[in-house]
Design a protein around this ligand. Sequence first.
Ligand code: C2E
Ligand code: MG
Ligand code: MG
Ligand code: MG
Length: 283
Amino acid sequence: KAKSEGRGTYRFFEARLGMQVRDRRMLEHDLRHAVARGEMQLVYQPQTDVQSGAVLGFEVLLRWHHSDRGAVPPSLFIPIAEESGAILQIGEWVLREACREAATWTNPLSVAVNVSAVQVHASHFVQLVHEVLFQTGLKPERLEIEITETALIRDPGRAQSTLRQLKALGLRIAMDDFGTGYSSLSNLRTYPFDKIKIDGSFVRSVDENEQTKAIVRSVLGLGRGLGLPVLAEGVETEAELAFLMSESCQSAQGYLMGKPAPIDQFSAHTTGVNAAMQTRQVA
Ligand code: C2E
Ligand code: MG
Ligand code: MG
Ligand code: MG
């Protein structure tokens, strides 16, 4: 009896594994057509000045509304898009849409676009960014590109040269998710970053945990020493924001100041009607 049960269990896992592989292949296939089918959408999350609360710009985040599955999270589909190469086409669409959108704002806020390792290492990436800026008319200084450290390790020499060429176009480069991944401090020296984004996992509960406090403080000190502004991601509570304020963190982003949403929800900021308006009241 135990034997047959064992086999049943094995079959169950085998079936599940088969499902996963099939599932992944289907997602991979669907991803290639998602842009053309109009299933991709951009949402925007405000990045604010910690001291004044003023909106400085927006990070662009991709959303996939699958026709059968509904919302598929980026944590699931971005890695598949990277491995299959579909990220090149999807990433180009994101960049173009984001720049086209930001160019319509009468208030010249910045727009931050996430870029994958696969894109950074692709040939013609610099040319693509140049072309998109030219075609949309967006001023390069309003564009920020967010890159994680892991994007750089595949071919450091090539990555360095690409980042320098991007900077030469006049845009800014932020190191995303700082503190996770490799966090080799020399990366901050080797690559021409303009900003450090501390990962949300450190910012969360920073008000309660002494170790977390020490880590955030040291990243802020590092930023000061290197002359790089620091943005804290994932700010959810007033207490977290108060800590960042007391430690002179420059900018912040998180559900407390605003969840990612379609850009029309932020039109007061993008049109500058309420340029002085703050997303939250400073106590
Ligand atoms: P990321 O670039 O580090 O983006 C921040 C993530 O944290 C976003 O998740 C955002 O929705 C979430 N977030 C923002 N504020 C808070 C908060 O207060 N609390 C919590 N718990 N979460 C918060 P999302 O949108 O699911 O994106 C996940 C990741 O997927 C991004 O991390 C980025 O690495 C990647 N991604 C998203 N859009 C794109 C894209 O257009 N291109 C590429 N290459 N990657 C993208
Ligand atoms: Mg990001
Ligand atoms: Mg991040
Ligand atoms: Mg991330």
